[in-house]
Design a protein around this ligand. Structure first.
Ligand code: 5GP
Ligand code: ZN
Length: 273
């Protein structure tokens, strides 16, 4: 019997995982790859990214309370920030790759990212270091809304099939500062963000997936245009890998070999004795 570790940590909210936990993550990453109708390329990111990029997308303005920063000491001993910050979401790495380009057809890219956010609480599932599997789509406005909604439907059906009883909720991002309520209300009014929420621990419900449309935010920022020269729209479907594993373990137990056959078959978990 191989039990998945869920309580080992390098620091609060910084999990250490074992091979059973990683096998679960590999299994549903495989599911997500097979579910992606575009079958696009999948990029993998390091845990750090250029500070300039994160400034350019406005993360430091909207979410400075979540952003981690790399500092080092000079020979004098003085500690100062470097050109790197900790990556807060996978899709930020994708858009600059298309900077200045005109896209004649929609673009689909997958990304597997190691992310960091300075969460204020360390309840189960609210990890500061976590992995995110995302699908990114660049298209027209209509195309992006349709693509996002199809991913929500697909993910909802899949999460139900693996026994997680997802609930779809209209959501907003945890903006910082005086404008936070206005920004969150705008996001909700336009239904820009939906989440699929499941139980990840006793009485603890959290989002394991979000479906987001960004309108022309990244098209404008990186000067990416469509065939007619108009700013491109973008959307992303983001899955929290560690949280999904925690939800599965909470629901079906720490020993994946004892999970229901239907769940094991969905995840193609044949490797456990
Ligand atoms: P979003 O960019 O929508 O905030 O996050 C995308 C997904 O990443 C969420 O649906 C969730 O599954 C995961 N996620 C976001 N924040 C955290 C976090 O603090 N800890 C963990 N483990 N996952 C997170
Ligand atoms: Zn994203």
């Amino acid at each position: 019997m191989v039990r998945a570790a869920t309580r080992t940590q390098a620091a609060p909210g910084i999990p250490l995982s074992n091979s059973a936990f990683e096998t679960i993550i590999d299994a549903f990453h495989g599911c997500l790859t097979r579910m992606d109708p575009a079958g696009g390329d999948i990029w993998r990111t390091p845990p750090v990214v250029a500070r300039a990029l994160i400034t350019e997308v406005g993360y430091g303005e909207y979410f400075p309370h979540l952003l981690g920063s790399v500092h080092v000491a000079a020979e004098s001993g003085e500690i100062s920030p470097t050109d790197l910050v900790l990556l807060p979401a996978g899709c930020y790495c994708i858009y600059p790759h298309y900077r200045g380009r005109t896209l004649m057809t929609p673009v689909d890219v997958g990304v597997e990212a190691i992310c960091f956010r300075q969460e204020s609480s360390h309840e189960v599932g609210r990890l500061r270091s976590f992995r995110m599997r995302e699908f990114v789509h660049l298209d027209t406005e209509l195309g992006c809304f349709g693509w996002r909604d199809e991913w929500l439907n697909r993910a909802e059906a899949w999460l139900s099939a693996i026994g997680l009883a997802p609930v779809r909720e209209l959501a907003s991002d945890p903006f910082f500062g005086a404008q936070r309520k206005v920004l969150a209300a705008m996001q909700r009014d336009q239904a820009l963000k939906w989440e699929l929420v499941v139980e990840v621990g006793p009485g603890i419900r959290q989002a394991v997936m979000s479906g987001n449309v960004h309108k022309t935010k990244f098209g404008d920022t990186f000067n990416i245009t469509g065939p007619g020269g108009e700013a491109i729209h973008s959307a992303c479907a983001a899955f929290g890998s560690d949280r999904l594993a925690l939800a599965l373990i909470h629901t079906h137990g720490p020993d994946p070999s004892a999970w229901p056959d239907t769940v094991r078959a969905q995840l193609i978990l044949g490797g456990f004795a």
